[in-house]
Design a binder for this molecule. Structure first.
Ligand code: ATP
Length: 221
């Protein structure tokens, strides 16, 4: 695949990164024809309380989890930045880095997509990237290929952009929205933090290398 192929972008708090994040990236790459997926840990996520682990620890865990998978790359810029991690600013930075023609695909779980209309300068996101939305257990499942519990403002902006085929993502740099199905995995970082906080096992919910790192640095205990 050439460097002109769509590049996937998966942002997250990754507190910690887990197997559903990794399957989301892997399945998005295959379903949507992405050459690679760039994992972008948030430094200071604006939409939630402070993460439990530091940006440096979350970045280190993302690096461990993605090691050995040539499809995945890690972007440390948000972690390194002192300002809030707004997606629109990250997309503007990537446009400068990658040029105006490269198709970019922002990958979101259904829960993240449902909150998109509360994001900083959210309408500008569609001028900068495509958006691909994956199902997530317990969060607004696709109904007629569209998340059911969608906000009316988001619906008005998104309906005309709804795509049907992954080929549409390669045909333009930005502007389409494509729902896609991934293997449903009811894994969340919240649940992993709860398990570890209660002294219970989180094994097989996240990579062993990440679990070892958590143990070594006494995170979430
Ligand atoms: P937390 O439980 O701390 O809120 P999380 O598990 O939701 O964390 P995030 O880092 O907030 O993980 O998520 C990053 C991205 O991955 C978001 O777009 C989110 O929707 C998506 N995602 C996370 N877990 C899943 C899952 N199990 N299925 C589908 N998408 C997911």
């Amino acid at each position: 695949m050439t460097e002109r192929a769509p590049l996937g972008l998966l942002g997250g708090t990754f507190d910690p990164i887990h197997h559903a994040h990794l399957r989301l990236a892997e399945e998005a790459a295959e379903a949507l024809g992405l050459c690679r997926v760039r994992l972008i840990p948030a430094g200071q996520p604006p939409h939630r309380g402070a993460p439990t682990s530091s940006p440096e620890h979350r970045l280190a865990m993302v690096r461990l989890a993605s090691a050995g998978n040539p499809r995945l790359e890690v972007d440390a810029a948000e972690v390194a930045s002192p300002r809030a991690s707004y997606t629109v600013l990250t997309l503007e930075r990537l446009r400068v880095e990658l040029g105006p023609a490269r198709p970019l695909v922002l990958i979101l779980g259904a829960d993240a997509f449902a909150g998109l209309a509360s994001w900083h300068r959210w309408r500008e996101v569609f001028a900068l990237a495509h958006v691909a939305v994956a199902n997530r257990p317990g969060h607004a499942p696709h109904e007629r290929r569209w998340p059911a519990a969608i906000d009316p403002e988001l619906d008005a902006e998104c309906s005309p952009r709804l795509g049907r085929d992954a080929a549409e993502l390669a045909a333009a740099p930005s502007g389409r929205i494509l729902p896609f199905d991934m293997t449903p995995l009811a894994i969340s970082a919240t649940r992993i933090r709860e398990l570890l906080g209660a002294g219970l096992s989180a094994r097989y919910l996240l990579p062993d290398s990440v679990l070892d790192y958590i143990g070594k640095h006494s995170l979430y205990h």
